[in-house]
Design a protein around this ligand. Sequence first.
Ligand SMILES: [Fe+2]
Length: 196
Amino acid sequence: MKYKRINIFIMSFIFASLLITNSYSQYRYTKTPHDAEGPYYPVSRRSDEDNNLINVKGMSESAKGDVLDLTGVVINTNGIPQKDVTVEIWQTDANGLYRHTRDRSIGKRDPFFQYWGKTKTDEEGKYSFKTLIPGEYNPRPSHIHFKVWVGRKVILTSQMYIIKNKTNTSHINEPLNLYVTKNKKGEYSGFFRIVY
Ligand SMILES: [Fe+2]
């Protein structure tokens, strides 16, 4: 009788575990929304287009501004990490200027900043960039443009909006917010999940 009760208890536990596991696997993530490409998608390539935007190959100095360690993951709507996906970013320097022929804003570009970069996701769908907190340009808030490529096909074009103060986010589309925090060295870090 005692063993029968134990067996029922074990069976109930396994059944409950299966239910929980099943409910997790059925969770659907919302796709990251598209946002405007804007006029400053890079039209010329520099020899250096890796994921470290604060150091350009052959340059002796680093870019000026607040350093941002941008990390993230690319998953599908079932939550499965996507490997070998290319994430490409482009943005302004610390002064809010693009390096683009269409950006006629007056001001000195940072010769030590790379302005755009790309990287591929690893086995766990993770990607990372070392870059700067982009300077704002009127009337836009600080943002980083990005494209996601699978092979040679663009599957998403959008923007991440840098949020330093969590209490003031009402003007921005929540899934596109990039919340950043500052460490003791004065560098920022933020995590951005991309779902497609
Ligand atoms: Fe922009």
